[in-house]
Design a protein around this ligand. Sequence first.
Ligand SMILES: [Zn+2]
Length: 242
Amino acid sequence: MTTVDLPTPARALAVAAHPDDVEFGCGGTLAKWAAAGCEIAHLVCTDGSKGSWDPEEDTATLVATRQREQRAASVALGGTGAVVFLGWRDGELEAGLRQRADVCHWIRRLRPDVVLGHDPWKRYRLHPDHRHAGFLAVDGIVAARDPHFFPEQSAPPHRPTQLLLWEADEPDHVEDIGSSLDRKLAALLEHRSQYRTTMDIDDPGSTEQADRFRDKIRRRAADAAAGSGFAYGEQFKLISKL
Ligand SMILES: [Zn+2]
């Protein structure tokens, strides 16, 4: 790692493919910043309608449930900022001009100092939504900073100062999340509809299974901090030339 711990930004915006991606990718960092007065915002590109292994699942109900869970997770992180859902269909997200205009609009409106997103260049990444949401964060920044992109938008251009990419192919930055790991865990566990599919919790009432999940995330955060001197961390690729 070449850098650690950015100064706490005044505003941060996390751009994710699905509800729960932000909490996995950068929940500890956002919770730490929120505790220090940063306004954190979530921008979720898809509706999360494929987040179930139950073929009988009612997808409209699932979408509403996941929005509620995402709002609760933001509160669990200490968030007071916007939680925005672009509503593109889960699994079918594209990094096209219409989607880029959406992300540009919200960067211009929310005016984040730091944007966080999926690393679109991560090798051997399978899920197309994660790849496309990563490119939308990058391409959205380029559009938001320049007045000739989407000039019909009413909000003025805005240039964030830093971009942090989680699940990074070549991580070079770590944030200390020792003080905020518990809030990351609490926020993750707000995503109850995802217990089976992403957290390996079959029985929502089982404290043993929830503890096993917490231990897994703690181990992952300890691994991410290795060599940094921190007990727990989140790793990123840091891009500062925006
Ligand atoms: Zn996802």
